[in-house]
Structure formats: C-alpha cells, structure tokens
Write a protein that binds this ligand. Structure first.
Ligand SMILES: [Zn+2]
Length: 758
C-alpha cells in the first residue's frame, strides 16, 4: 500500500507542473476565433521536457523563411533514455540483407513500434497544430490504460507542423481580417513561399527545405512503421475521411502495407463511431497512386491520412442540410452506405470539433500500434525483405554517356536522397546485350527501398478507371505519372536477368557537373525577366520563381499594377505568365471577396499593355492554362483544339506525352528531337495555314502516351504543344505544357529558358 502511494505521488509530482495549453496560450485549443502562432507553439513544446520525462524535443532544421522545425518524441521515460538503441533497431530491421530472421526476432522482442504524426503541411488546415499541443499535454499528464499502453510500446514522434511558415502566414491574415467581411478567408499569398499547397507533392523531388528536413532527420533515420499525416477537407460532406484508400494503389506498394493501412484506418473509423462521432467515411476520394504524397510507402511504412471537415479557419460555421453535397468520389454524402454509416446532415461546426475528432483518431492509431506492436515490427521486416528479393527488373542501369550529365546528376541525387543505394561501375560491362562504359551507374533492385527507385524510373501504366462501365473517366486524386528519366531527359535502362558488373557504392555525385551549368545565357547576355504574380496565389507561379532561383535566372515579380502602369518593354525583355486560369488573370478576386487592394485582374487595359509589350519587341511567354488567356485576350491566330472537349472524349489528368521538336529552332537548343512533355489538361494548338505562327513541338500521329493516362489521343495527334506567334517586333510563346512542372520537368525547362532569350 505504502509503495503504491509513493508511486502515485511520484507520478503526480512529475505531471503537476506541466503547463496547460490554456495557461500558455491564454485560451483552450480549438477556441472559436483563436489561432496559435509558431513561436508560441515552439516555446510550449521546448518547455515540456523540463516538466515531464515522457517527452524530448529536437530541432530538425530551418524552414524556407528561417523558422525552427521541431519534432517531439513522446514515450515512457525508460524508452526515451534508450532512443539511440531503438533507432539502431529500426536500422537493422530495415535491412534484411544484413539482419537474419533470428536476429530480427531477437530485436523485435525488445523493440517498440515507431509512429510519426505530422501536422498542418497545409496551413489553412489549421486544426492539427492545435491538436498536437492538446494531445501532447494529455499524453504527459493523463493516467489511463490506453495511454499507458501507448507510452510503453510506442515511440511517438510528433511533428506539430510540417510548414511552420504557413502557421504564421495564416494566423496573421486571420487576425488582420477578424471581424471584417473577409474573416475566415484564405490568405492572398502562397502559405509556403514557393509552392503553397503543392508542398504535399514534394515527397520524391525533395525540392523544399521542409521536405528535406523531415526526410533526412526523421524518415530516413527512423523509418516509422506508421506515418499519419493530418489534413482537412471541405465543409459540406463527411466530417472525417480515413483509409482504406480508393483505387488505384501503386503497383510498387507492398500489399502488406496497403492492407495494414486498411486495417488501422478501419480501426480508427470504428473508434470514432464508437465515440459517437457521425460522418466518418472510409474508402473515398483519396487514392494511393503517386509517391509525391506517400514517401513512407516505399520505405517500409504505411501512410495514414485523415481529412477533417473544415470550419472557416477558427470561425465556426453552420451547415444547412441542403448544403450537404449530393455526390462525392466513392460515397453519397446524404446516404448511408457500408463506408459511410452515419451521414452528417448539417449543424454547427467549430475548430474544437475538429480538434476533438483528431484527438480520438490519433489515440486510436497509437493504441492500435501499441496493441499490434509485434505484428507491425514483424511485417516491417517482411516488407523490406520482400523488396530486397525483387528480381524483375533485376536492376536499372544509367550509362555514364548521357546528353546532359547535369540532369543525370540531378536524377541520381534525387534517388540517393530517397535512401536508394547506387553503385558506380569500375569497368566496362554488359547487361541485356548492351555494353556500358566504365563509370556507369547501377541501381540493383535487391535493396530494401528499391521500390522507390522503381516507381520513379519506370513508365506508369495508370489503369483505365471509369465512373461506371463505358462511362467517363474517374479522375485521379492528383496526377498519373512520375517517370524521372522522361522528366529529366536521362537514358535509364531496366535490366532483366543476371549480369556481371563490379560496382562501388557511391553517395556523392559531385564529379558530375551541376545542373545549373546548362542554364547559362549564351555570351553572358542576361535578359530582363518578369514573372506575373496575381493576387490569387498560384502554385505554378511559385514553382517558376523556385526554378528560376535554383538555376540562377534573375527575375522581377510583376503584379497587376505593374502591368497596368505600362512602359513594359523599356523594363523587360521577357514576361512569363505562369499556369493560371484565364478568368482569374482577367478578373482576379471579385469586388467584396477580399480587401479592396487584392481585388481585380488585368482587365482589358492589362491585356493591351501585354500586347504592346510584344509589339514593341518583347517576348511574352504563357504557360499551360494561361495560353487560353493569351489566345482570347490578345486575339492570337491559333486555336486550342481540346478546349471544351468532355473528359469522355479527351482526358490528360497529368501525364507525360511524346512530342517531336522542330530541328534548328532557337527554342530547342540543347534538346533531342523527341522528348516527353508534362501535359496536365494542357492546351493543344491548331495553327491555321497563313497564320504568322511557328510550331516548335508537335504531337506524333499516334502513340502519344509516354507515361500515365491519356484518353482520346486523336484529338491531339499531329497538333502542336509549343508555338511561337509573331506579334509586331516581338513574339508570344505558348507552352501547351508545364515546362517547369513542380521542379521536376528539367528537360523542358530548357525550352522555357530558351524562350526568355530575345
Ligand atoms: Zn491538406
């Protein structure tokens, strides 16, 4: 009795001093109209280890704008004292080539499940950073059997935000607009400096500081069995989505992993339903195709996602029953079905509701990991063993003879960053009847994370999914292709069957030239370049800035006022208008939708100024959707042949298509005659016979699809993907593609670079 009392008192003394979120932030987490800021959040977490031995907090690097990123490790005190041992265990279980099944069994017996929960990569999805604070506090202070099991058997890595810059960007906009008609709107700027919402499409190209920090400091070190990323969705359907995912599932994802996400997700839905929460949907909307969102799925870990219905940031909303959507991908929001058992039919919705639902879901996920600790560890080892046993293909070989060694280096560095092992051959060797020179690179598939290399190096065959047999295509959640050799113009061969080559493992590729060496303006004559920046934030605009900065291309951001002021040709040689819808370029935010200074677009006057710029000798460059703006507003003599076609007739939801380039044209300098371009519902140009326009890239007569999904190729066959239209002394260049797509399509970036030259 006495010993128990002492133990109880000790437990109390360790938790009594943990500050409540209310005492630190001045309000409860999820309180109406209250958002927490990043420095306060970091201060809260950094203060916790002094008050509790259940938590450690580590810095994992700096954000794009220089804020600290942190990860909290929450577990029983005795586990936290041995973190490096558990990290070592993970490393050994991750590599079955050097860890025998007997050793693995021994390691598992004394090991813990590793679960990582990551918050607010999308900064307007504000709840999860609040949930992180609240949940951490509870895990450090509450005594209950579920938490005890979690603390004992799980090492819980909590990342309170994957995008801290956005936490402050959104909070500052929210507070600025609080009490005005614009309360609860999204800020009129990207919430990550370069890529905004696309920060969750960066998990295989690793372009942004935030992605790189999390991959190097957490993923590649801890290889968590579960990575749970917490999101929010629109307000008018389910309250929360959880896996099972929708089809398709990338063929390179181990079926055990896919099945385990089905299991844990369904368990979370079960716990939410049992807790009285309505509106829980599984197997809907979100698919499991692209590695752009699922890094862990190629590194032995399952991805759990939850998507909670949103309020208006921290402003509560009331949803009427008639506002509930009638349709959603995978379920009917007004009807009961096996995967949506209790439709939510409207009512009040507060930030606190989201925080509460997320807390239930997190507890469920972590508790399941504790209960199934042994299974998860055994299967983690099995998944990595399956991967290392892959024989088809046997390897990928990258010849050291390439058109562009800078891009070859970029591709190799990308794979190596994703923990792929690469060898360099010391001698000439033969594989599949081809002779490769010494210095060529070999990526053998007999390695734990070989599936990551495979999915990035092979051509994707996206299944022909229809809403119903013979019906329109069922749209993918994102895009359908990720073939790096096509995006970067590097020759990569898949080799089936055995071959002999002596290779040495390499992790640095600095003997190859840097990618930006190609992007030097001939004769050092640098054009004066401007990038149009709308008040409606455009991710493609951010990606353009990012690519230009990486490649050393100086630019000026040009807003509506800058264009309307005119005199453009005196200031710039080239103006780039990134991928943006024509109506938003022309009109921008409508009156009243935003504070006055953010409303309006280029209007008629802006179009006239752009036209004058070209007529006086400038180069106007339009990317993807903005080409339709140019055709219409500048009255160009070309036509977009696929505009207005239904998805049943013609469909390219983000795929790589083959084109033939016009030899000798100024824009194709440095490129082969046949390349793949990134087409994402891109315009396809028809040039009337006497039009003052030249084709620079033309689709072939058939066989357009290089990777991904394409329906109705006849609508693009023999037509044009890149044209230059003469306009007075200057020209308008129309890119029916995304030439700098998400910092991936480096090969077509050369076309864009060439287009900037006068
Ligand atoms: Zn999201």
């Amino acid at each position: 009795m006495i010993r128990l009392a002492v133990a109880f008192l000790t437990a109390l003394s360790l938790t009594a001093a943990v500050p409540t979120p209310e005492s630190h932030f001045g309000h409860a987490m999820g309180a109406d109209r209250k958002l927490i800021g990043w420095s306060q959040t970091v201060a809260y977490f950094r203060g916790l280890p002094a008050q509790s031995d259940r938590i450690l907090v580590r810095d994992i690097g700096r954000t794009t704008e220089g804020r600290p990123m942190i990860a909290a490790f929450i577990s029983a005190p005795e586990n936290l004292k041995q973190l490096s041992r558990y990290q070592q265990n993970q490393k050994r279980l991750a590599d079955p080539r050097s860890t025998s099944p007997e050793e693995a069994a021994r390691i598992m017996a004394g090991h813990k499940a590793i679960v990582m929960i990551t918050c607010s990569i999308h900064s307007t999805e504000v709840a999860s950073t609040h949930t992180a604070v609240q949940f951490a506090y509870r895990m450090l202070t509450e005594q209950n059997p579920k938490f005890s099991a979690i603390l004992k058997d799980v090492i819980f890595i909590l990342v309170p935000s994957l995008n801290p810059d956005g936490v402050d960007i959104v909070k500052s906009w929210y507070e600025r607009t609080l009490g005005t008609p614009h309360e609860g709107t999204s800020p009129p700027q990207l919430y990550q400096k370069y890529v905004g919402h696309d920060n969750n499409r960066d998990w295989y190209i690793f372009s942004q500081a935030e992605t790189r920090n999390v991959v190097t400091q957490l993923h590649n070190v801890w290889h968590p069995q579960i990575v749970y990323d917490v999101h929010q969705q629109g307000p008018y359907a389910s309250r929360m989505f959880i896996p099972p995912w929708l089809d398709p599932i990338d063929p390179n994802v181990d079926p055990i992993l896919a099945q385990s996400a089905n299991m844990i997700g369904t368990g979370m839905a079960y716990d939410l339903t049992a807790a009285g929460r309505k509106g829980v949907v599984i197997n809907a909307i979100y698919d499991f195709w692209t590695p752009a969102r699922h890094y862990q799925a190629y590194h032995g870990g399952m991805r759990i996602l939850s998507e909670s219905a949103s309020a208006r940031l921290a402003t509560p909303i009331t949803v009427r029953p008639d506002q509930i959507s009638e349709n959603a991908n995978g379920y009917l929001p007004r009807q009961r079905s096996w995967n949506y058992l209790e439709p939510w039919m409207g009512g009040e919705w507060h930030l606190a509701d989201i925080v509460r639902d997320q807390s239930i879901a997190w507890e469920s996920c972590l508790f399941q990991a504790a209960v199934r600790r042994e299974d998860l560890l055994r299967n983690f080892y099995a998944i990595n063993r399956n991967s290392a046993a892959r024989t088809s293909p046997n390897a990928f070989v990258i010849s050291s003879k390439q058109r562009d060694l800078g891009l070859t280096r970029k591709l190799l560095e990308t794979l190596a960053f994703g923990a792929v092992e690469i060898e360099k051959a010391g001698d000439v060797f033969q594989a599949s009847g081809v002779t490769y020179p010494a210095g060529s690179y070999i990526i053998r598939m007999q390695q734990p994370f070989g599936g990551f290399a495979k999915t990035l190096l092979e051509r994707q065959q996206y299944p022909d999914l229809r809403l119903y047999p013979g019906g329109p295509p069922r749209r993918p959640y994102d895009v359908t292709a990720q073939t790096l050799p096509l995006l970067m113009g590097v020759d990569v061969a898949a080799v089936d069957g055995p071959f002999e080559a002596k290779g040495t493992r390499v992790t640095s590729f600095q003997d190859l030239p840097a990618v930006n060496q190609w992007f030097q303006f001939p004769g050092g004559r640098k054009p004066r370049v401007a990038i149009y920046k709308s008040h409606m934030p455009q991710m493609d605009e951010g990606w353009t800035r990012w690519m230009f900065e990486q490649l050393g291309i100086a630019y000026t951001s040009l807003d509506n006022a800058g264009i309307l002021a005119g005199n453009l040709h005196a200031q710039y040689d080239a103006i780039v208008v990134p991928d943006q819808s024509p109506v938003s370029i022309h009109s921008g935010y409508g009156r009243g939708a935003m504070p006055e200074e953010f409303t309006g677009g280029l209007g008629e006057k802006g179009a006239q100024q752009l036209k004058a710029f070209a007529e006086e000798g400038g180069s106007l460059v339009f990317l993807n959707d903005s080409c339709d703006y140019a055709i219409e507003r500048l009255a160009l003599p070309v036509r977009n042949a696929v505009r207005g076609l239904s998805s049943r007739e013609y469909y390219v939801p983000g795929s790589l298509l083959s084109v033939q380039l016009t030899p000798g044209h100024r824009l194709v300098r440095g490129l082969p005659e046949e390349i793949a371009i990134w087409n994402e519902a891109s315009p396809v140009f028809q040039i009337p016979q006497d039009a003052p326009a030249a084709s620079i890239a033309r689709y072939p007569a058939s066989g357009l699809l290089a990777s991904g999904w394409l329906l109705g190729e006849k609508h693009a066959a023999n037509l044009h993907a890149l044209v230059e239209v003469r306009q007075g002394k200057g020209k308008v260049v129309l890119f029916g593609m995304r030439p700098q797509y998400r910092a991936q399509s480096y090969q077509t970036m050369k076309l864009l670079f060439n287009a900037l030259m006068p």
